[in-house]
Write a protein that binds this ligand. Structure first.
Ligand code: ATP
Ligand code: MG
Length: 264
């Protein structure tokens, strides 16, 4: 007896044009997802991978600013979109399709439709890895992605603060319920090094490592609060691209080694 095929909505496809897709997420806002997604992507590039970056934050896209992209993507047939190439990475963001100053006042179904377009209609070419920068929360964007795309895994970012970890734990459970592999947790803004040489633990200590242990996930590493990392975001040139030997870039490289796909 032949088996019935699964309902269409549960058939996950890989994103065309790439060998793997990794998400950077956190249910909490403002913890450094976009900064980490972009710097990790270029750390992977340093390891020899051909990278793509997909900014899935429809309401608050960061990629155009983080990479100082001013160009609009082109389409040859009005159906598909050609990603923008910057620093050797192929890039796509809702922020490239609309004016920087325009607020997105969209309801859920429009967001779902925009995310599906970005999943299906972008002409990625010959990529090894696409890094997806997720918006905060466990809403429409996250669900659309985990239902539609065959993902290789998700990296979860948090600060060590209890307030952040509360949301992050919900995010971990969302991925567990939807069958997405969690590649590990990153502790961002773990410490601040003052001019006096002292380390200040502004958001607390050890919380992310403890959460990783609690949920039996890998702890991928700490990233301190760092002025050069912040400035590189504002200058539109990721630190891991412009200064690969910077001490922060080296930390990204260690994380990239831990999460890199095994095919290279
Ligand atoms: N380790 C760090 N050191 C210094 N500044 C940082 C660090 N990580 C992130 N930032 C800064 O913190 C702010 C928030 O970072 P970012 O936009 O990457 O967070 P996010 O989680 O993507 O936010 P959102 O939830 O709004 O998408 C930015 O100004 C960024 O430059
Ligand atoms: Mg962001």
């Amino acid at each position: 007896m032949s088996q019935k095929p699964p309902p269409k909505q549960f058939i996950k496809s890989p994103i065309k044009g790439t060998r793997s897709t990794i998400m950077v997420s956190s249910a909490k806002g403002g913890v450094g997802k976009s900064t980490i997604a972009v710097n990790l992507a270029f750390a992977l590039q340093q390891l020899g991978f051909k990278i793509g970056i997909l900014d899935a934050d429809v309401y608050g896209p960061s990629l155009p600013k983080l990479l100082n992209i001013k160009e609009k993507p082109k389409s040859e047939d009005n159906k598909t979109i050609i990603p923008i190439e910057k620093f050797g990475a192929q890039c796509m963001s809702m922020g490239l399709l609309i004016d920087e100053q325009t607020p997105m006042m969209w309801r859920g179904p429009m967001v779902i439709s925009a995310i599906k377009t970005m999943i299906q209609k972008v002409l990625w070419k010959d990529r090894d890895i696409i890094i997806v920068d997720m918006p905060p929360g466990t809403g429409d964007t996250q669900l659309t992605f985990v239902q539609e795309v065959k993902l290789d895994g998700s990296i979860i970012v948090s600060t060590p603060q209890d307030l952040a970890l509360l949301d992050v734990k919900k995010g971990i459970q969302m991925f567990e319920k939807t069958g997405v592999k969690i590649l590990g947790l990153i502790d961002n803004m773990s410490i601040f090094e003052g001019d006096d040489g002292k380390e200040y633990k502004i958001f607390g200590e050890g919380g992310v490592k403890k959460t990783a242990k609690e949920f039996n996930k890998e702890f991928l590493g700490h990233l301190p609060l760092n002025l050069d990392l912040r400035a590189s975001a504002d200058n539109g040139e990721p630190l891991t691209y412009s200064k690969p030997d910077h001490k922060i870039s080296k930390l990204f490289k260690i994380i990239a080694e831990k999460i890199k796909p095994s095919f290279l």
